[in-house]
Structures are given as C-alpha cells and as structure tokens.
Design a protein around this ligand. Structure first.
Ligand SMILES: NC(=O)c1ccc[n+]([C@@H]2O[C@H](COP(=O)([O-])OP(=O)(O)OC[C@H]3O[C@@H](n4cnc5c(N)ncnc54)[C@H](O)[C@@H]3O)[C@@H](O)[C@H]2O)c1
Ligand SMILES: CC(C)=CCC/C(C)=C/C=C/C(C)=C/C=C/C(C)=C/C=C/C=C(C)/C=C/C=C(C)/C=C/C=C(\C)CCC=C(C)C
Length: 624
C-alpha cells in the first residue's frame, strides 16, 4: 500500500472496508503521516490478499492511494508518484473535466513532460464514457460501440492515447457494427434488415442485394468515404491549428492532404446524392449518419463519415475487456503514473481571467487571459493554460458568464444548437432470452419520417454478448437508449416523473420485443434514466449529447477547433471539431494537447505564422 499526497502530520485510518468511510471521524487513526510521501509496505508481500484498498483521512476524505496489482511497488515507482494537487504551484495545464476529451489531452501532455492537473466534478473518470455497477452488472454509461481501437494506421486513436501513457487494453472484436431493423415498405413488406459486417465486402454485398439497382452507386459512395479515410489513416493526426505540422504533413503526404482539403467542405448528403438516387437508400444513408451524429447526412461533414464508415471495417469495432469505463480508468492511472494529478469531487465554478499584460497580443474580445480556476469549495488552481472539457454552454455560460462571451461564441450559438439528450434503460436479463448469434448492437426504427423525433429511433447495445464478465452468470445486459429532450421531463411532480418513466420504459420494451421476443418477462434489473439524469450525472447542459448544426455546415470547417478567443483558454471534447464520439473527442484531445504544448514552448512551432492560420480559419468559419 502506498499513500500519496497526504500532508505531514495527518492522522490516517487505513481500512479495507468501504462502509467505514462514513464513520472515519469517530474511529481511531491507525497511522500518522511523517513524511510528504508516506510509504507503508504492509508486512510481507504474502499478506497481499488481506491488503487494504482504501486510505481515509481522519476528516473522512478519501486520499490518493495506490495498490499495485501486478508487482510490489519499488522505491523508484514511489518516487515518481505525484504529490497531492497543490494550490501553490502554477500548472502547465489545468484541465476541467476527465471525460475522454480531457483525459486524452492530459495523457498527451504528461507524456511530453507537462505539469498537468485534471479537475473532475464526479467521483470517477470518463464522463459519458464511464461505467457503473449494480448487482453484479457492469453497465457502460453511454455508447458501447468503440471505434479507433485497432492495431494499425494512424486513426486508431484510442489505442494510441493509451500507449502514450504506457497502457494497452485487451479488446474483443465485434463481427458486426450494427444490425438495422428498418421500416416496412412496398419493396420490403417485412421491413428492411441490413447488417453492417466487419468485413467491408460482406456489408456492401448485403446492402447491394437489398438495392440491386443501386449497386454501383453504393460502391461509389462508400469508395469516396474510403478516399477520405485512407488519407486520414496515412497522416499523423494532430492540431489543425498548427501551421508547422500542417506544412510538414503536406510535404510528407501531399496527395492525402490535398484529398482532405478537397473534401473538407463537403457534407455526406451531398456526396451520397452524387451517386445514389433511390430515396429509400438515401434515407438509409441518413440513418447511417444519424446513429452517431444525431443529424441526417446533409448536416454531417463527409470527413467524419469517412472516419466512421471505414474504421468500422479497417480497425473494426472492438470492445475493451471489462467494459468501456476501464479505458478512462487506465488513462487516469497512466496520467498519474506520469506525474499528472487528477482530483475528483472538484467542481469548477469559475474560470479566472485578467487583462492581457506585457503587451502580448490577445485574440480575446476584451483582451482577457485565463489564468486559473476556482472550485465550489473556494480552492483556486493556477495554470499557464486552462482547458475545458465541459460543453461550450457549460464553459462559457456557467464558468465565464455571458458578459464576457466572445464574438466567436455568439456566432457558434447561431450556427449550432444543443442535440437532444437520451432516455436510457440499463437492463439485466436472463441470458436465455438472447439466442446464440445475437448481434451486440441494433437499431430499431418503424417509420422513416420519424427518424429524428424523440423516442422514435431505438439504439440497443448488449456488450455482455462480447464480454460475459460484465454480467452475472446466466445473465446479459440490454442497454436501450433513444434521443429525447429535457423539456418533456421538466416540471413534473416526483410521482408523475416516476410514472412517466415507467410508461415510456414499458412502451419501448414492447417495441424492442420485435428484436428480442420475451424481453419483458426476462428482466431481472432495470435502471431508467432520463435527460434529467444525464444532466445531473454528466454535468452537461440540458443533458445534451453535444452540439448539432442548425443549418448545413461548411463541411469540417464550421466547427471550432481547440483555441478560443480568450488567450490561454482552450476547449476540448464534443464541443470542438470533430464533435461527438469517443474517438472523435480523443482526436480533439490530441489536437488540443498539441496546440497547448506549442503555446507553452514544449513542442516546436512557428509562432510567427500562428496568427495568420488562426485568422484564416476564423474568417472561413465566420463567412461559412
Ligand atoms: N452526452 C451523452 O449523453 C453521451 C452518451 C454517450 C456517449 N457520449 C459520448 O461521450 C463523449 C463526450 O466526451 P467529452 O470528453 O466531450 O465530455 P464528457 O461529458 O464525457 O466529459 C466531461 C467531463 O467534465 C466534467 N465536468 C463538467 N463540468 C465540470 C465542472 N464544472 N468541474 C469539473 N468537472 C466538470 C464532467 O463530470 C465529465 O466527466 C462523446 O464521445 C459523446 O459522443 C455522450
Ligand atoms: C483546411 C485545413 C485546416 C486543412 C486541410 C487539409 C487537412 C490536412 C485536413 C485534415 C483533417 C483531419 C486530420 C481530420 C480529422 C478528422 C477526424 C479524426 C475525425 C474523426 C471523427 C470521428 C467521429 C465523428 C466518430 C464518431 C463516433 C460516434 C459518435 C459513435 C457513436 C456511437 C453511438 C452513439 C452508439 C450507437 C449505438 C448503436 C447503434 C446501438
């Protein structure tokens, strides 16, 4: 057992019983810390089975503790461990939020030697990509469909992110990305059913068999996506706001960069209509976009579709053994092992700003520079850069205030609106309700015209079909979710809220029985969440899934990248390009870390041309 970051003189209770946390005040301390890093090797390594796993300060606060699982800690490991987050130092980066965007930024930055502090409001890392446990089930909070987990190329961003802090996770390949159960029509009286197989030719073959008259169009459309993907997969993926890197990539791989530049302003609907005429098939392409972007193809940049429609075949969809939440936990562990600090239950209330000094030019509307953050408990942490992983609405409205809203943010609010949140059910079922060979992910939609309406498109994920360790023996997980707005759940009495939850859950379960016959009779556990639940636990304004364009975007160039108009303040996560998606926010983390490291002088850059690129990107965005 190694206790870290406990101030000298603190009395600590070392216990292996979580329930003692509540009574820590009244119990006798078992140890007084005598040095800043207090190392307590408990007896002999042979006693490890009985090792405590919690270390509690007398005031009841759980302190940083590390119990190595594989090896007995060595003195050099202990020396590398960070001290408790200090309010006395200036960090290179203070990161607000430990969602995948924040963690990816932190991982890249600590790997380059930056001094990083991550402040997380919740008790665990991962945000929307975290997990929770109930009665032996391990439920993913959000999506169980992981892109970017392959072994090859440059687009396997989750794999690369873990590697940066010395971590690797075992994954289970999913033979299909998704099984679509779609509306009945004159051509498909039983309903259209399409599986997206891991093997590209199997998928295109199956879709072409459903729409034989569009065989060439299907091939040409997905081939265009491959052009985008192959280009992305052959260049290093870093900040698009960094001129030196862009120039380097252009010299190394001009064809790939020119291809990306060519498609940078294209949306997916436009590309699909170039090759496909059948309205039903075009609706299918809309749905192919909607299930991850929550908007139809006309509002989805082709660069993003290239990534999603091809990585599912190139790297494949791979499920991390033990659940999605472990990705964030591995990253958090790697970040602290590399000297970073993560503080949980740290609710940032304010981003502190001052007038830009020493004649440095500010890009901020009011010449402001962010220099620190203030927590709800009054603590202040200072940073040379401040990086927000919260949504843009939470960052600018709640932590800065509308008085300081930069011009660019006003424009963003005109161009982008909040996507709906989700109604979700995390269900435990008896295993025999799922016949062998059932696919992990399904989409159910009965009426094309209602695709974007609340509670119409149903998403189903059953990750225990891939990793049985997520559910108790003889059981499986059914995670069902559907887009929904918070307005429908406001202003209800507690009884009405509960009643409405039950009614909606019942009607969804009935519809899901079209795919899982007998579902309702097989349920052993059901946790129902509404947009209010998402707002509360994920700290996202209105529980939103992220920003969506209010009108067709200028391809990938409408969405802001990581810098903001306030000097020293960056955004990362799904409020920045390329938007929602775990691998998408990890990319935004790569970009954010790269740009911040350049600004800190820790990565080579060309400061003289920075401003030119920034202004050009801004004018493209403003004029788009
Ligand atoms: N929103 C959803 O319902 C939902 C569901 C499934 C998946 N997803 C996916 O999750 C990903 C989102 O990743 P992300 O990294 O952009 O964001 P995130 O929402 O996952 O993480 C943001 C983190 O910031 C923390 N935070 C917010 N305000 C804070 C404050 N004031 N002080 C301290 N911490 C604060 C939150 O607790 C959270 O951990 C996307 O991939 C999205 O597609 C979202
Ligand atoms: C102009 C300039 C600046 C430049 C020019 C040229 C160039 C160089 C360019 C470049 C570019 C780049 C690099 C780009 C990049 C991009 C990227 C990376 C992208 C990515 C993306 C991704 C994405 C979008 C993803 C997504 C995903 C998702 C969202 C998912 C989700 C899922 C879910 C929800 C689940 C479902 C379920 C069921 C079905 C059940």
């Amino acid at each position: 057992m190694v206790c870290i970051g406990i101030p000298t003189g603190t009395s600590v209770l070392i216990t292996d019983r979580p329930h003692l946390l509540q009574h820590a005040q009244t119990l006798k301390p078992s140890k007084t810390i005598t040095s800043q890093i207090h190392v307590r090797f408990l007896d002999q390594p042979g006693n490890r089975a009985r090792l405590p796993n919690l270390c509690v300060r007398r005031d009841g606060v759980r302190v940083a503790a590390l119990q190595t699982k594989t090896a007995w800690p060595t003195q050099s490991m202990v020396e590398k461990l960070p001290l408790e987050a200090s309010t006395d130092v200036e960090y290179d980066a203070v990161i607000i939020g430990s969602g995948m965007g924040g963690l990816a930024t932190a991982a890249q930055m600590v790997a380059k030697g930056a001094k990083v502090l991550v402040l997380e409001k919740y008790l665990l890392p991962g945000g929307s990509a975290s997990h929770f446990k109930r009665e032996g089930f391990t439920f993913d909070v959000g999506s169980s469909m992981m892109f970017g987990f392959g072994d090859e190329g440059t687009t396997n961003l989750i794999t690369k992110c873990l590697e940066a802090v010395g971590k690797k996770m075992a994954t289970i390949p999913d033979p299909t990305q998704v099984n679509y159960h779609l509306p009945k029509s004159s051509r498909f009286p039983e309903g259209l059913n399409v599986r997206v197989w891991r093997e590209y030719n199997d998928f295109v073959g199956e879709l072409s068999a459903r729409f034989p008259h569009e065989k060439d169009g299907i091939q040409a459309f997905y081939d265009t996506c491959w052009k985008v993907f192959n280009s992305l997969n052959s260049i290093e993926l870093k900040s698009l706001e960094e001129p030196r890197y862009l120039m380097q990539q252009f010299f190394r791989n001009p064809i790939a960069c020119l291809t990306l530049a060519y498609y940078a302003t294209t949306n997916t609907g436009e590309a699909a209509r170039r090759y496909i005429k059948d309205p039903e098939l075009l609706r299918f392409i809309d749905l192919e976009c909607y299930i991850w972007s929550t908007v139809a193809a006309d509002l989805t940049p082709l660069i993003n579709s290239g990534m999603v429609f091809c990585d599912r075949h190139f790297g494949g969809i791979n499920y991390p053994v033990g659940g999605v939440g472990l990705i964030a936990e591995h990253l958090a562990e790697g970040i602290t092992e590399h000297g970073g600090n993560i503080v949980y239950k740290a609710n940032v209330k304010e981003i502190l700003m001052r007038e830009e000094s020493n004649g440095q030019q500010s890009t901020g509307s009011a010449g402001q520079r962010a220099y620190g953050v203030k927590l709800a408990d009054g603590r202040v942490f200072r940073g040379k850069t401040i990086i927000s992983n919260a949504t843009r609405w939470d960052t600018f409205e709640n932590m800065i205030g509308d008085d300081h809203l930069p011009q660019g943010e006003k424009l963003f609010r005109k161009r982008y609106k909040k996507a709906p949140s989700f109604f979700s059910m995390h269900i435990g079922v008896k295993a025999d309700v799922l016949p062998p060979g059932t696919d992990c992910h399904h989409i159910i939609l009965e009426n094309w015209d209602k695709m974007e309406e609340p509670r119409e498109t149903i998403f189903l994920s059953m990750p225990s079909l891939l990793d049985p360790s997520l559910a108790p023996e003889g059981h499986h997980i059914v995670h069902a979710f559907t887009p929904d707005w918070i307005d429908a759940w406001q202003g209800l009495s507690p009884e009405d809220y509960e009643r409405k939850k039950e009614e909606v859950a019942e009607s969804l379960c009935k519809r899901i029985e079209a795919v899982i016959p007998g579902l309702r009779g097989a349920i052993t556990l059901k946790e129902v969440g509404t947009p209010r639940t998402h707002r509360r636990f994920l700290s996202r304004d209105d529980g939103t899934y992220g920003p969506i364009p209010s009108r067709p975007p200028f391809g990938m160039l409408s969405m802001p990248f990581n810098t903001t108009e306030i000097s020293g303040l960056y955004c990362v996560g799904d409020s920045t390009f390329p938007g929602q998606g775990v691998n998408a926010v990890v990319f935004s983390g790569f970009g954010c870390a790269h740009r911040a490291l350049c600004d800190l002088g820790m990565e080579p850059s060309w400061p003289a041309v920075d401003q030119v690129l920034k202004s050009s990107l801004k004018s493209i965005r403003d004029g788009s």
